[in-house]
Every structure is written in C-alpha cells, then in structure tokens.
Design a protein around this ligand. Structure first.
Ligand code: HGY
Ligand code: MN
Ligand code: MN
Length: 439
C-alpha cells in the first residue's frame, strides 16, 4: 500500500477544525464545550454530519460514544481510532479534536484513494474525556470498556445533579452506559492522534511523539473542617483556621512533586473557602489535588505518605481533614507492537520522531486494557494546553494525520497486532527498551 497517497487534505482538515471551534460557550474565555452542555450537543451533531459526509456509517453506541464505521474487506475485529471533542473550561481548539477530525480525514482519504482495509475502521468521538465529578474522566471510554459502575451513575456534581439523570436529559441511556460494549467485543487495535500538551517535541525540534506510556493519576478532594470565628476577636493561638491548614497542604503537595523521580508532577487545582469573607476565620475549605507519574511505585507511595503528612499538619492547626481519593488510574504502557508499527510508518514517511510518555490522561488508557493500543503526538506551541493559547500548526497536524493513516494501515496488515515477532521472526523490541530513536 502506497501510504504517500493517504496524505490528508490540509485545507479541509483546517477548515473542519475551525468550523468545530465555533461551537463553544459564547461568553467564555477561550473555547469551552463541557460534557452534556448545549455547545457539546451541537458539536456532536456536527461530528455526526461530518462523519456521514465522509461516507461513514454513523451510530451512537450504548456508552454514548459517536462511532463512524468504514467497512473493511473482511470485517472481523475492527481497527479503532478517535479521541474527544469536549473541552475543559476556557480551553483550546486542538485537545482531543485533532484525533477525532484526523480519524474522519483518514477515512475520507481511504475512500477517495479507493484503499480498502481488511478490517472495519471505527472513528470514535468518545463521550466526555475531560475531568468530571462523576468518574474522574473518560466517561465514554470507561463505559465502553466496562470501567463505569452504577455507583458512578449515582455520583453528583457541585450543583447536586446525578450523572444518571444528566445523561438521561442529554438523550443517553444510563443502563446502556453500564453495558460494556467493548469489554467483550474483540478489537484489532487502537491508535489515537493527540496534541502533546507539553513542550518536549517543540523544544527538541521533533515533529512526532510515539507514546510509550500514559501516566498514572491519583486525585483527591480534601475537606478541612475548622471553626469560623470573628477575625478581629479570635486570638492567633486560639484559632482553627481551615484555610491555613489547606494552604500547608498545598505546599506539601508541591514539595512531593518537586522531590519526585522523573517527570512526576503534583498539582493543587482548586480551593474553595467558606464562608469566604475577609473578616471571618475560614471554618471550612475544600482542596482538589492530583499526582501523576509513569512510576507506579512512587505513585502508590505518595498516596500513603501524603495522607499522614496532611493529617499531622491539620491537627497542629486544630483542624479535621477528610480525604476522598476520586481517581486512581494506574500507569498504562502502550503496546510495543503498535509503537513499532507506528515508528516504522514514521520512518517510511521520513518523519522525525521520538519515544515519550504522556503526562496527560487519554481514552487510550482504557482502550489499552481491551486491545493493542498506541498514541501519536504532534507538537504544542510553547507546550501550552487547556488554555486559549493552545496551538498546533496546520502542517504539524497534517503530518500527524498522515502518520495516523500509515500506522493504521500497518496495523491492518498484521494478522494480530499483538504479534511479538516481525516477518523474520526477530523479536520486535518495544521502544520502551530501545534508545530514543530521535531522527
Ligand atoms: O487531564 C488530562 O490529563 C486530560 O487532558 N483529560
Ligand atoms: Mn485530550
Ligand atoms: Mn484535556
């Protein structure tokens, strides 16, 4: 198969990206399309119509994911690509979107060049990949792979809305979300195109990242309970200040992250103060924090260490603390065969590439539990993401889409993608063990 032919139509891809970007909360900074919101409903309608225009058979699976199918010669276990079109609050135009539009463009190019894959190709817009109060993140890929539970459906958001009810109001079937469509159905393989959301590729002047692992994420919500008091009459040695206790935890979390091995990170992203008045000693605070690393040992250890530290510090301030761990995603290595097939395709296209971990979470982490899965990164300008400044150049996206097509084509040709031996019977080592093949 001459994969040069599968090069994407730059203008069409770029025009799609900017058409979709129009569907955002009108008065938000940057681009905001939160799961279950009206802009998100409009975006899913737009995605379905673009999939149909591309000649795909479009459906919404029981988990709520939009699935575009391009029939293959022999059918069987499908090849899957895709990503997400929901955004964070005040986010950008590329995170997730590049993978969904890239998958649609690959399908168009296969049809326009008369290239028939052996396997069906499914292009998926996964429901709600971004962080949510119900299941942590990745609602649609969790549901499709059997991770979402009835308990998740009963969780409520800050306004007290229950996931099951919100999904029903959005037109989805909560019972369907508990039917793990892809937990039993065999999948031939999964390859996702995504922006790096970090600075490495740009700093190294490399056009492609081949992801070796997706970091594990531990996330907690800590509630500090002290005592509200008059700020003018309560002596400093007689306070139970819930904000001071939370502030000490913020510094403890930061210390953990700075002392951690490798690329591990630790972040406190949200702090709520009650009653939140300048003349009242805060009686209650709520702090959201998370830890990420590709080192599972460190990640598991930090959970134990930080609980003891927070309890000790809070007690010194006469404050009680309740910690609820809301996300406990393990480190997920990508499939070595998929890494090697994708890097071979990058070599064939003469692309510069490097092996690298993903510091962001992705739907691929859940697909990896169900089939040989991998990811391709394209650069992010200044490493910025989850903000209006998020940007990737048109030609960088086109290069990523071209590699996505070539990587999927190679996976399609493999009898089983999990094949550990190449045509000569040599063991195809993983990029995990090889040197970073920067070209
Ligand atoms: O938070 C993440 O890593 C992803 O962008 N949802
Ligand atoms: Mn994403
Ligand atoms: Mn994101």
């Amino acid at each position: 198969m001459n994969v040069e032919l599968l090069a994407p139509d730059h203008e069409r891809l770029w025009s799609d990206l900017h058409d979709l970007a129009r569907l955002s909360e009108p008065d938000s900074e940057g681009w905001t399309r939160r799961v279950f919101s009206e802009p998100y409903r409009a975006a899913r309608h737009w995605v379905r119509s673009r999939m149909r225009d591309a000649g795909l058979e479009v459906s919404v699976d029981p988990a709520g994911n939009i699935v575009g199918r391009l029939p293959g010669r022999h059918g069987g276990a499908p090849l899957v690509t895709g990503s997400h079109t929901d955004t964070v609050q005040g986010g950008g135009r590329f995170d997730g979107i590049v993978g969904v539009l890239g998958g649609i463009e690959v399908a168009r190019r296969l049809r326009e060049t008369g290239t028939r894959l052996d396997h069906d190709l499914l292009v998926v817009d996964f429901l709600g990949e971004e962080s949510n109060p119900y299941s942590g993140s990745c609602l649609g890929s969790q549901a499709a792979t059997g991770v979402l539970t009835a308990e998740n459906l009963d969780r409520v958001d800050a306004a007290g809305n229950r996931l099951g009810d919100v999904a029903t109001a959005f037109g989805l079937d909560p019972d369907g979300m508990l039917t793990p469509t892809w937990a039993t159905r065999p999948l031939h393989g999964y390859l996702e195109l995504h922006i790096e959301q970090g600075p490495t590729l740009e700093q190294r002047g490399i056009g492609i990242g081949i992801v070796t692992a997706i970091v594990g994420i531990e996330r907690f919500l800590a509630t500090f309970v002290g005592r509200s008091d008059h700020a003018g009459t309560r002596r400093m040695d007689d306070r139970r200040d819930a904000l001071v206790a939370a502030a000490r935890t913020v510094l403890t979390v930061e210390r953990e992250g700075c002392a951690a091995p490798g690329d591990a990170v630790a972040t406190c992203g949200d702090l709520r103060v009650e009653p939140g008045a300048e003349n009242v000693v805060p009686g209650r605070t709520r702090l959201a924090a998370e830890f990420r690393s590709e080192d599972q040992v460190w990640l598991s250890g930090v959970r134990r260490r930080i609980v003891e530290e927070i309890a000790r510090e809070s007690a010194e301030n006469g404050v009680e603390v309740l910690i609820d761990w809301t996300v406990d995603n393990p480190v997920v290595p990508t499939n070595p065969s998929v890494q090697n097939l994708t890097s071979a395709a990058a070599d064939e296209l003469g692309l510069s590439w490097m092996a690298m971990p993903s510091g962001a979470g992705h739907d691929a982490a859940h697909l990896a539990a169900r089939c040989p899965a991998g990811m391709i990164f394209v650069p992010s300008r200044d490493g910025r993401s989850h903000c209006p400044e998020e940007w990737t150049d048109s030609d960088q996206i086109a290069t990523g889409v071209h590699l996505l097509a070539a990587g999927l084509a190679r996976m399609d040709q493999e009898a089983t993608v999990d094949n550990d031996f190449g045509p000569t019977g040599e063991e195809t080592g993983s990029l995990l063990t090889g040197t970073t093949a920067e070209r």
